[in-house]
Write a protein that binds this ligand. Structure first.
Ligand code: SF4
Ligand SMILES: [Zn+2]
Length: 547
């Protein structure tokens, strides 16, 4: 996953507030028009009337945080960005804000974290409520998050409650949500706030990003704007899509010039009076109207300002008049190949895609491939019922602290895995009958940039009693197993499908049990080390559909 944009999604409305039920910010709207207009006039990226004047650097936006988030920005020359992509004047900026906020007041989904953010008077509790939601929404659909969020806030209603929880409890509640490092980092952040910051969440995007583990630019901006009212913009996958369409940006959105331009637009556009609502509105628009496929342009509040839409309409008009070419279509003045925001000449406009010509898909490297052998080791006749051996992953890195079946990472996908796995199993459970270790099938799982193929083995210890269990291992009953924070439960489903009397249909690999002489790898540690660089922190993905 591309580590840039946390929420990239198109999930449709779950619940809607009644039309009359709008937030308190709505009431402030009329009174604040004047302030908003002043802010728009002060915006730094309005296209100058003289196209030649658009050269030089992007000026600093007055509301932008001055810390690392800003320092990381590269300076992109405006010489290669046509005014075609910029907002023409402050009136356009104001129209964008007002259109979006009015629409949001009418159409926003009624979501539990929004209710908390609106109702909670304590700023630290409010920030915590936003923080949890933003972390959960990274890489995960709204519909899935609602249930997890509700249970999380019931179990740990305050930062102090979360700070005193164990990692295992956190993992257990997080089970099924994926990207377990998110929960761990959230808890680390809560502990830092409680133990080092006097229980107070930093109040600005800059300090949030600088002081809290796992909080990147997007999350910091979201917390600061929604919980504390800081006028700071945010860019997630939904915002990328909306802005790329509104400003006809067809270059790779993960490229540095586009990335910076999008953040600059977000900062320019954010409403100074209702920054939290504005940011949520922009993301909501991308999630419910300006969706990746089949966007609902006719319902879009910023349709009049959308260059992608304008282009489609003009092309349709030209086609209906049977005009040769597209003489009326306004295009980037710099011409193909020179503009940093336009698509490359090799990717011309595709009429069949319409507005979905924007944004261009970010280039992604294919995931690296890895192979692991893993075994469900069971004592079916243990006292008190069948028990399964689980071992705990290290407390840091991918799937930190989770329980999993004993595994070894393999350099070769097929060879030597039986012996390597047997040695790994024996390091936990003592001498085992090698002949009963059977290959059952395979499971493929993709973690961020790594695709792991698990060769699944099973070993049932009929009548055999094992000696003591070493630290880091546990024999769980099936009931315990199903409620524990266990990684790779689908491995167990393969094992279940292979048991006599069951017919769950897991695929049996044609591969026979291989025997070999290769020394075993370091098992969990190796797997952890191998996967560690891929842990998403502030997660952003251009390709996942989440929020
Ligand atoms: S008009 Fe269509 S393409 Fe443009 S922002 Fe609205 S929904 Fe997206
Ligand atoms: Zn251009």
């Amino acid at each position: 996953m591309t580590p840039r944009f946390p929420r990239w999604s198109c999930s449709r409305a779950i619940m809607r507030k009644p039309r009359g039920a709008v937030g308190s910010g709505h009431r402030k709207q009329a009174a604040s028009k004047k302030r908003r207009k002043q802010h728009a006039l002060g915006s730094s990226q309005i296209a100058p009337s003289d196209p030649d004047a658009c050269t030089g650097r992007i000026p600093e936006c007055p509301e932008a945080p001055a810390g690392p988030a800003r320092q990381q920005e590269e300076v992109v020359s405006q010489a290669s960005v046509s005014p075609y992509h910029l907002f023409r004047d402050s009136a356009e900026v104001t129209a964008f804000r007002e259109g979006l906020l009015n629409w949001y007041d009418r159409e926003k989904r009624d979501l539990p974290w929004r209710r908390r953010a609106e109702d909670e008077v304590d700023p630290d509790r409010r920030a915590y409520a936003v923080w949890v939601s933003e972390v959960m929404l990274q890489q995960t659909q709204v519909a899935t998050v609602i249930n997890y969020y509700t249970r999380w806030m019931q179990k740990w209603p305050t930062l102090q409650d979360l700070a005193s929880a164990s990692l295992e409890e956190v993992n257990q509640l997080w089970a099924g949500l994926g990207y377990y490092s998110r929960g761990r980092r959230l808890q680390e952040g809560a502990r830092k706030v409680v133990e080092e910051l006097g229980g107070h969440v930093p109040r600005t995007a800059e300090t949030l990003q600088r002081l809290l583990p796992g909080v990147g630019r997007y999350t910091a901006g979201a917390i600061a704007s929604i919980a504390f009212g800081q006028a700071t913009g945010v860019v997630d996958g939904n915002v990328v899509r909306v802005l790329c369409r509104v400003r006809a940006i067809g270059a790779d959105p993960s490229s540095a010039p586009v990335f910076q331009q999008l953040w600059s637009f977000a900062q320019q556009l954010v409403d100074p009076v209702r920054p939290g609502d504005f940011n949520q509105a922009a993301m909501e628009l991308g999630a419910t109207v300006c969706t990746p496929q089949r966007p609902l342009c006719k319902r879009c509040p910023v349709q009049r300002l959308c260059r992608a839409r304008q282009r489609v309409e003009q092309e349709q008009l030209s086609a209906s008049r049977s005009l040769p070419g597209n003489p009326d279509v306004e295009e980037c003045a710099l011409g193909t190949g020179q503009c940093q925001l336009c698509p490359p000449p090799s990717e011309p406009w595709d009429q069949t895609l319409g507005v979905a010509n924007f944004p261009r898909k970010a280039s992604r490297r294919p995931p690296r491939e890895e192979c692991s052998a893993t075994c469900v080791l069971e004592q079916p006749k243990a006292l008190g019922g069948a028990r399964i051996l689980l071992v705990q992953r290290p407390s840091s890195g991918l799937l930190a602290g989770l329980w999993e079946f004993p595994s070894v990472t393999l350099e070769s996908p097929v060879q030597h895995q039986h012996k390597a796995l047997l040695q790994e199993l024996q390091s936990w459970a003592g001498p085992l009958p090698a002949a009963q270790l059977r290959h059952l099938g395979e499971v493929v799982h993709t973690f961020s940039h790594i695709k792991v193929t698990y060769q699944v083995y099973g070993l049932a210890l009929e009548g055999q009693t094992l000696a003591s269990t070493p630290p880091g291992a546990r024999w769980l009953t099936r009931e315990e197993f199903h409620t524990a924070a266990v990684a790779m439960k689908k491995v167990f489903r393969v094992y279940e499908g292979q048991k006599p009397g069951t017919c769950k249909g897991s695929k049996r690999s044609p591969m026979s049990v291989p025997l070999g002489r290769k020394r075993p790898s370091k098992g969990q540690q190796v797997l952890d080390g191998f996967l560690r660089p891929c842990i998403p922190v502030d997660v952003p993905s251009l390709s996942s559909a989440t929020h």
